[in-house]
Design a protein around this ligand. Structure first.
Ligand SMILES: NC(=O)c1ccc[n+]([C@@H]2O[C@H](COP(=O)([O-])OP(=O)(O)OC[C@H]3O[C@@H](n4cnc5c(N)ncnc54)[C@H](O)[C@@H]3O)[C@@H](O)[C@H]2O)c1
Length: 311
């Protein structure tokens, strides 16, 4: 089949595209930064075009040109945008609307898009219990509110037009080249792997890292499915404090210089107790043990730096 990916040259998208192509699917990518990734090794099987998801004409043109069976929307503004509300709203909210509406007009029924664990907000709203996709959406940042509204948009298109739109809520996605969004859990691994010191404010703040390869695989499986039992899926991840993550890193790099300004922080943490049983069960996903993903990141970084591998 043909899959059209919006925002496909980014951190998650380039991995999802390679996985789709490795399965034999034809992929067309539209991104405002088309040269951020290269898929030359796939020849005609993967093509990348410039396009801006905030421009309805660009979205329509991409759909008409590629005639996709499925659309995957990953185009978004990560990690900032609170100081540019107009620009951010156009990309995050109007961009999602353009995707859904253009797909509807062109007769593409099946879409998968990225929401976020940010929709749920702070863990303190729920106490020390697992949160699932039916729990209240308590996120308050602009990013979180946009994700919550994206979920509302998808519900509307599903209920009014009978479309099959599924959202995935990635947790704190991690990988060696992550530079946008939550990055403390990335720097805690990447900088020591390069032999550099790193310091963080709070030792007990909790994160929910999940490796980008696992998230890309989740997007691919859900996109290739004809439909999904639920409209939303949590990826979940490894609930871990920054201090415990530092200890895993020190297990592979005993000389790692990771310091914390103080203990505490658990009560300030975003949602970290997440029930991902729907995604793992329905799409038969199994994540490798988290410490093996940490080792993978360490060695990818060290290899690119010309340093000896560890572990
Ligand atoms: N990375 C994470 O930790 C994380 C966690 C939760 C949810 N998500 C969601 O997953 C999705 C993908 O995240 P990512 O980490 O790959 O982000 P990314 O920033 O690496 O990728 C986003 C892509 O969108 C493209 N883009 C930006 N503006 C565009 C526009 N106007 N038109 C077309 N393309 C545009 C960018 O060029 C980029 O390639 C996003 O929706 C994000 O909110 C990511």
């Amino acid at each position: 089949m043909t899959v059209l990916v919006f925002g496909g040259t980014g951190f998650i998208g380039q991995r999802a595209i390679r996985r789709l192509a490795d399965r034999g699917e034809k992929v067309v990518c539209m991104d405002i930064n088309p040269r951020s990734a290269s898929f030359d090794e796939y020849g005609d099987q993967v093509s990348v075009m410039y396009g801006d998801i905030t421009q309805f004409e660009d979205v329509i043109k991409a759909i008409l040109a590629s005639k996709p069976d499925r659309i995957l929307n990953l185009a978004y503004l990560l990690g900032s945008g609170d100081d540019t509300p107009h620009f951010t709203m156009k990309l995050n909210v109007l961009g999602m609307d353009n995707c859904f509406e253009a797909a509807r007009v062109c007769g593409v029924n099946r879409i998968v898009y990225a929401s976020s664990l940010a929709s749920s907000g702070q863990q303190s709203h729920f106490g020390e219990r697992l949160i699932n996709e039916d729990d209240a959406k308590m996120g308050t940042s602009q990013y979180a509110v946009h994700k919550i509204f994206n979920e509302f948009q998808a519900d509307q298109y599903n209920s009014i037009y009978g479309m099959s739109i599924t959202g995935i809520r990635p947790a704190n996605v991690t990988g060696p080249d992550k530079v946008r969004g939550s990055t403390d859990h990335v720097r805690c691994v990447v900088l020591p792997a390069m032999g550099q010191p790193v310091s963080f404010p709070k030792k007990d703040i909790m994160r929910l890292p999940v490796h980008v390869d696992d998230v890309a695989e989740a997007f691919v499986r859900v996109t290739l499915a004809n439909s999904s039992h639920y409209p939303l899926y949590n990826t979940g991840g490894e609930a871990i404090s920054m201090g415990d993550l530092a200890d895993i890193v020190r297990g592979y790099l005993p000389d790692a210089q990771i310091t914390f300004e103080s203990d505490g922080g658990r009560e300030d943490s975003g949602n970290f107790l997440v029930d991902n049983s729907r995604l793992l069960g329905e799409f038969e996903l199994e994540y490798p043990p988290f410490h093996t993903r940490v080792l993978q990141i360490i060695n990818e970084v060290r290899e690119s730096e010309g340093l000896p591998l560890v572990g």
